[in-house]
Design a protein around this ligand. Structure first.
Ligand code: AMP
Ligand code: MN
Ligand code: MN
Ligand code: MN
Length: 283
């Protein structure tokens, strides 16, 4: 298993990615991935297709999702891996989490209109693959296509984020709920891209300790959202908190993502790979 190329984080058209589960599987396999997971935001509708496409492409598969959580006034993402995708408790939890996205999107569009950019709700909708999952990414694609910004990174620097036009705070699932849905469905919970949250040291300590208390067992160390330095920082945090380590590109689109599927550095030595905790759940 030393040559394992695990990529356990990416998005399809079922959330805010631009590729189908099938196209992602082909791309992942072509890049050398042999253990894969599709982790759409708050959604598991792509899981059956992803599993089938993974096996057809010769890859092993772990079920996946990325749950939006509100913690200490910010949005934190918790990746679930290896859970039973047929367990109704996961479907019910995610359904509840997805609710309210349309209303939020309407409010985002109202703010953007007030800032002189009308028509963003309809514009964003044109990029949406799953009507229950209109996200900031779809607004970002519309703002790029309509020439307001030159790329999605510029969008998130000037719009849709705290203090900028088009930002609407939202109450997502609680940390306890997200970890509970994953673990009661036989999966493992993983803190996604921890360096992105910009928490204070105290807030971050609270996140990691509460996550462990609720039954969380892993943290993403190597991700498309981390620099090499951030990966080494969170390798140490993983060891301090006794968490296993995950690896995932967070690939969304060939034109937007910094790192392609599977083309990530290896996990730093000495860490427990999170997939070893769910070996019995690999399909
Ligand atoms: P939402 O779930 O609607 O709040 O949208 C969150 C998604 O927006 C994330 O999953 C990313 O795909 C994207 N996103 C958020 N912040 C940024 C950023 N600073 N740069 C690029 N993409 C971002
Ligand atoms: Mn996303
Ligand atoms: Mn995320
Ligand atoms: Mn993601």
């Amino acid at each position: 298993m030393t040559t394992l190329n695990a990529d356990l984080h990416c998005h399809s058209v079922m959330s805010d990615g631009t590729l189908t589960p099938e196209a992602l599987a082909v791309r992942a396999a072509a890049n050398g991935v042999n253990l894969w997971s599709l982790t759409d935001h708050d959604e598991i509708a792509g899981q059956a297709r992803a599993l089938q496409a993974a096996q057809a492409a010769g890859m092993k598969y772990l079920t996946g999702t990325e749950i939006s959580v509100s913690f200490a006034g910010k949005t934190v993402h918790i990746v679930g891996l290896g859970f039973d995708a047929h367990d109704p408790r996961m479907a019910q939890g995610l359904l509840k989490t997805r609710g309210g996205r349309e209303q939020r999107a309407q409010e985002m569009a109202d703010q953007l209109a007030a800032a002189g950019i009308p028509g963003c709700f309809e514009g964003a909708l044109r990029f949406v693959g799953n009507p229950e999952l209109i996200s900031r990414t779809h607004f970002a694609r519309h703002l790029v296509e309509s020439g307001v910004c030159s790329d999605t990174h510029e969008v998130f620097r000037n719009y849709l984020t705290e203090g900028k036009p088009g930002f609407v705070p939202h109450r997502w699932a609680s940390l306890r709920e997200a970890v509970q849905w994953i673990t009661e469905c036989a999966g493992v919970a993983v803190i996604a891209h921890p360096a992105r949250y910009k928490f204070t040291a105290n807030e971050e300590y609270a996140l990691f300790s509460e996550f462990k208390t609720h039954g969380g067992v892993g943290v993403e160390v190597v991700t498309g959202s981390h620099t090499a330095h951030e990966a080494s920082v969170y390798a140490q945090v993983a060891q301090e908190f006794g968490l296993a380590a995950s690896r995932g590109s967070d690939f969304h689109s060939p034109h937007e993502s910094r790192i392609d599927l599977g083309l990530l550095p290896e996990l730093p030595k000495g860490l427990k790979p999170v997939w070893e905790l769910v070996e019995h759940r690999i399909q």
